[in-house]
Design a protein around this ligand. Structure first.
Ligand code: ATP
Ligand code: MG
Length: 344
């Protein structure tokens, strides 16, 4: 969870590396506005609340703010309030002294201590129970706290960033979130848009993620053609950038054709499942899919007729050997009984 370099931590995967600004914010107006606001607030140590749907990039922006803050050299300490059971969360946050409870065989600093001169990122803050909310509020008032089982009061200076994909105002109304804590953590609110509200950013994100996964998996992949990027742009991506990232990972790992067969039906454009009328009908995509499918079965037939002799098949098909190899790979064709070849 910690970092010495701005914006990165010990996870070396694409999910944790901070992309260049032109990728992170893309070219959409809504992200340009968010970037302007983020730039203004990152220098001052004021609490930031990041809201927005799941997978929209809240953590990414939190890391960006940290990397551009005065505390960039400190650690980015993430506490996932939804993943840590309530009973453990207090000791995770504030730490404990040896003997504070059964099993506390040695003292342990809490995450707030580790985040001293760094950033404390409270992910999914709506998941904190009310008792812990009041303890957190107490800590936020003056940066003072005690480890569980300790009399000593400690003090830290840390940048606080919180995130929530629930509407905290509604949680306040439902009395599951303290309004005083809300005002303290939300001095500035940044709202991440859903990916469908920033579709013009999809091509640059997809290409960035493709090269990031190539590096991560040490594998080469086909660049996305213009049509594929157009197709991606036509999808709705209910899981936002995370869903796009998964799609790209599949493309890199198993190739474009197999990735397409594994695509979730809900992710496909309305035309794909016969629900025309609910969205724009892209005749171009329908035609392209049909041609690709036809091509695939013709190639497979010729390959079989020629006992998978690719040179002969290329001659029959009147295409170059290289083009055939590309098409075989693109369509994910394999001789039955043949084990999966190299992925690139
Ligand atoms: N602008 C971006 N550029 C590149 N990758 C991004 C961008 N935004 C998000 N991602 C990727 O999408 C995934 C989800 O991003 P992130 O974890 O920041 O979203 P989140 O809003 O915190 O999601 P959740 O609400 O589910 O916690 C991550 O794998 C991240 O690497
Ligand atoms: Mg998150």
């Amino acid at each position: 969870m910690s970092s010495k370099k701005p914006g990165s931590d010990h996870h070396a995967d694409a999910a944790h590396e901070l992309p260049p600004d032109q990728v992170l914010f893309g070219r959409s107006a809504v992200m340009a506005l968010l970037r302007k606001r983020a730039e203004k607030i990152c220098v001052a140590n004021i609490p930031v609340l990041l809201c927005g749907p799941a997978g929209s990039g809240k953590e990414m922006v939190a890391r960006w703010v940290h990397a551009h803050s005065a505390f960039w050299a400190g650690q980015f300490v993430k506490v996932n309030c939804a993943a840590i059971p309530g009973s453990l969360l207090e000791s995770e946050l504030f730490g404990y002294e040896k003997g504070a409870f059964t099993g506390a065989n040695s003292s342990k600093p809490g995450r707030v201590e580790i985040a001293h001169k760094g950033t404390l990122f409270l992910d999914e803050i709506a998941e904190l129970d009310l008792t812990l909310q009041s303890k957190l509020l107490h800590f936020l008032q003056d940066g003072r706290f005690s480890r569980i089982g300790d009399e000593v009061e400690r003090s830290v200076e840390t940048r606080l960033i919180c995130s929530s994909n629930r509407n905290l105002e509604q949680e306040i109304e439902a009395q599951s979130f303290r309004s005083d804590l809300f005002y303290r953590v939300s001095v500035v609110q940044l709202k991440l848009p859903s990916l469908s509200e920033r579709k013009e950013d999809i091509p640059v994100l997809a290409e960035y993620l493709r090269t990031a996964f190539e590096k991560e998996f040490a594998i080469k992949s086909e660049p996305f053609g213009e049509e594929m990027l157009e197709y991606f742009t036509s999808l709705n991506w209910p899981g936002n950038v995370r869903e796009l990232s998964n799609e790209v990972a599949r493309h890199v790992l198993i190739g474009p054709h197999e990735a397409a067969t594994q695509r979730q039906p809900r992710q496909r454009p309305a035309t794909d499942n016969g629900t025309a009328g609910r969205g724009a009908v892209s005749l171009k995509h329908v035609a392209k899919d049909a041609i690709r499918e036809m091509e695939r079965s013709v190639i497979l037939g010729v390959l079989r007729d020629n006992q998978w002799n690719r040179r002969k098949a290329a001659q029959v098909l009147k295409i170059s050997y290289r083009a055939l190899i590309y098409k075989i790979r693109d369509a994910g064709l394999r001789r039955s009984g043949e084990s999966r070849g190299p992925l690139s």
